[in-house]
Each structure stands twice: as C-alpha cells, then as structure tokens.
Design a protein around this ligand. Sequence first.
Ligand code: LIP
Length: 267
Amino acid sequence: MTGDNELELVGLAAEIAREAGELARQRRREGVHLAATKTTLADIVTDADREVEALIRSRLADARPDDGFLGEESDAEVGRSGITWVVDPIDGTVNYAAGIPAYNVSIAAVRGTADPETWNTLAGAVFAPALGELFTAARGHGAWLDETRLQVTTDTPAGALLATGFGYDPSTHDGDIATVRRVMPIARDLRRMGAAALDLAYVAAGRLDGYFERGLKPWDFAAGALLVREAGGAVSRFDTATPRPMIIAGGLSVHARLLEILDTETR
Ligand code: LIP
C-alpha cells in the first residue's frame, strides 16, 4: 500500500490495532511480566509492551515499508514516504499491569516527521481490547466508535466532567494538583483513568466534556487528538518549550474555558 489516502491508512491502523490489542489481552490473561522501569520506579514497561510494539512495527513495515515509525518502546525510524506512524503499544501500562481494563493500543498516521508541532495527523485508531471498543478517525471523515459516529458535548449546565492525569515523577505532583485546583471551579467532577488515548477518545465520544494533562509523549495523544477534532472538538498544546507541555481537549466551549484558565503563556 502506498500514498496517504486517509481511509486506507485508518483501515490499516484499525486492523493492526485489533490484532495487537488481542495479543495484549492474551498476554494479560497469561500473566504480566515487568521488563524494566524507565524514568522513575513508577514508569514501567512490560514484556507485553515490547512484544505488542514489535508486532505493530512488523505489520506496518510489511504493508508500508517506506513509512517512518515512532513508538514508545523502540527506536524511531525516519521514512521515505512522508508518512510516519506514531504508536503507543499499550497506553495505560500501569492499569494493564495492575489488571485494570482501562488500557488501549493507540496507532496514528501523520504526514511529516514525528513532531507534534509540525505533523498533520491523517488517521488514528484507539482499541481498548478489554472493553471491546475501537475508536477510529480519518481526517475529514469524522470520528467513530465501531459503527457509531462520535460528537463532543456542547453544553455543560452542571459543570464539566473533566479528566486529567499525573506524571510518573513524584516531584511534578504538587504542580499538577495545583492545576487541578485551578480547573475545579468549572468542573462537576474529575476522572483520572490512567490512559491518555482513552481520555481523548471519551472526549470525542461525549463521555467526558474535557481533558487536560501535562507531560504526555507524542504517542500518548497522536491518535486521540484526531478523534477529538473529527468529533467537532478542539485540542491545544502549549508550554511546548518546557519539559512538560500541556495538552487540553474538549468541546469548543470547554476547550476555550480550559485555555483561559491554563494557558498563562498568552496572557
Ligand atoms: C500514560 C498516559 C497517562 C499518563 C501516564 C502515562 P503510558 O501513558 O496514558 O495519561 O497519566 O503518566 O503517560 O505510559 O501508560 O503509555
């Protein structure tokens, strides 16, 4: 397969995400083995993370050998086709290791290199195997949960149901809690599910009104951000010159409120 037809790319992403998600689920049933810790003791990688990424990488290379690749668990590769795949093999790794079903395989195809400041996302798939849900989006063709078209929420009369997350570095938690404190006046409640791609998919599905989190990696949000935009929402990323850029996402009014509260850069 060549070219950058969005519908072809999302079909490939969905097919591989399903196969990879079923492998992750099988390995979960067999028992999860911790392979290593990364930036901190809390930042873990399992054998399954590595095995699932290897499967995804192999399937993509077979189908599109000239494309680039950026994954959480293996070396980046610059391609020749102008398309780069941005992959989180198991997003929600701590949930996965603990037996919490809120984990997913996140696969996105972008035009350009794996730089979120310059890439143009063409297709994305987020598959949650334990929950049996496949979220997909192709640029210009809407966002979908299986066969159902998705739409972000537009009105939050009781306040916004928001989600966020915290980094693996305990020294960042005070600042993240302070951010939560600033946001709570517009919230009805807060969820912390531990899987950014699911948080973003749930914003696209209207299950959440908004989401914000500092310190995400490109593979955490590449597919989920397209889901939100294709569902009529907005996604912004700022503080990009800092070690922990902020991502915010939501329906247009909640996104605007979060931007007003959190993007001190523009004030
Ligand atoms: C996780 C994100 C989550 C964030 C965690 C971690 P991982 O990704 O999905 O939102 O709070 O710190 O970054 O490490 O499970 O792929």
